[in-house]
Ligand binder design. Structure first.
Ligand SMILES: NC(=O)c1ccc[n+]([C@@H]2O[C@H](COP(=O)([O-])OP(=O)(O)OC[C@H]3O[C@@H](n4cnc5c(N)ncnc54)[C@H](O)[C@@H]3O)[C@@H](O)[C@H]2O)c1
Length: 284
């Protein structure tokens, strides 16, 4: 790549120092999907992947609960006269809300834990009694996890490693054949026993509990994921193509926040800090 080119994609430069250094050296304009941020702090180019992963988490969990796949042999929806599967979702953001939607659709008994009262209120409102919401604290997490057939980890603390909310002791308390899908694995996981896996070999056992910790879940459904992502990125691609980077960034602060490297400087404060390089505010 050479000076003046624009690279617009997921960059994750904080975790890819070599790439960051090379973009700076070659004076490439690196515009990162993950730092395109709205004024109300949403990340519109991460949302579609979280929606895919959230919806997939229930599908994956339901599948691994089947006996043939090592699970305890529970159907999430139950049948008349037999209890429903219990799904515990920790974190009710984009991943958690999408997981809840799928789990409720399957007829499971769904509990969502979060520390944000607005998130709990919203879910309580839209599902009108078909969902249990609980404020997340260590005691509540422990009780909810112990009873669950399927636990979904969907926590995010912006800019930080995921907090380890489910400890190994809690896992030991779960029934054998239960399933944990830790979607937050890409931020380190919110389950103490989580380690990243791939679609080729997605699960492993700890204390008889199946762990599914695939770091790139949307990769399993690339058609859906690609269309979803392209829908979200297209307005920015058009702005870049029609106006060029300078005018697109000058016209739209959301786009400007996406610019990580420009003319040999690092133009995003958090990225500069992570790369150990000086921060050069973007001037276009
Ligand atoms: N594995 C994958 O393929 C994949 C794909 C997409 C997203 N993710 C990851 O999934 C995670 C969730 O993403 P998101 O888009 O839903 O984030 P989000 O910000 O929309 O939601 C995170 C939620 O976690 C809640 N939370 C924070 N601390 C908590 C605590 N102590 N207890 C309970 N809840 C708490 C927040 O209040 C928020 O509602 C992120 O780590 C993201 O990187 C993984």
């Amino acid at each position: 790549m050479r000076e003046g080119q624009i690279l617009f994609t997921y960059l994750h430069l904080a975790a890819a120092q070599e790439l960051g250094a090379e973009l700076v050296k070659r004076k490439v304009s690196g515009v990162a999907y993950e730092t395109i941020e709205t004024d109300d702090r949403r990340l519109p180019l991460l949302t579609p992947m979280s929606a895919v992963a959230g919806r997939m988490s229930v599908q994956a969990g339901a599948s691994f609960l089947e006996k043939e796949r090592g699970g305890k042999g529970i159907l999430l929806g139950g049948v008349p006269g037999v209890r429903r599967g219990r799904v515990c979702i920790i974190g009710g953001g984009v991943v958690g809300a999408n997981a809840a939607r799928m789990a409720i659709g399957l007829g499971a008994r769904v509990t969502v834990l979060d520390i944000n009262q607005d998130v709990l209120t919203y879910l309580d409102d839209i599902y009108e009694g078909r969902i249990h919401t609980l404020y997340s604290d260590p005691f509540t997490v422990e009780a909810a996890v112990a009873k669950a057939d399927l636990v979904i980890g969907a926590v995010l603390v912006a800019g930080a490693r995921a907090p380890r909310l489910v400890t190994e002791a809690m896992i030991r308390n779960m029934e054998p054949g239960s399933v944990i899908v830790d979607v937050a694995v890409d931020q380190g996981g919110c389950v103490e026993t989580c380690r990243p896996t791939t679609h080729e070999d997605p699960t492993y056992l700890v204390h008889g509990v199946i762990h599914y910790c695939v770091a790139n879940m949307p990769g399993a459904v690339p058609r859906t994921s690609t269309f979803a992502l392209a829908n979200a990125t297209m307005p920015y691609v058009k702005a870049l193509a029609q106006k060029g980077l300078e005018k697109a960034a000058a016209d739209d602060p959301v786009m400007a926040r996406g610019v990580n490297t420009y003319r040999g400087g690092v133009t995003h404060p958090a990225v500069a800090e992570a790369l150990g390089q000086p921060y050069t505010p973007l001037s276009v």
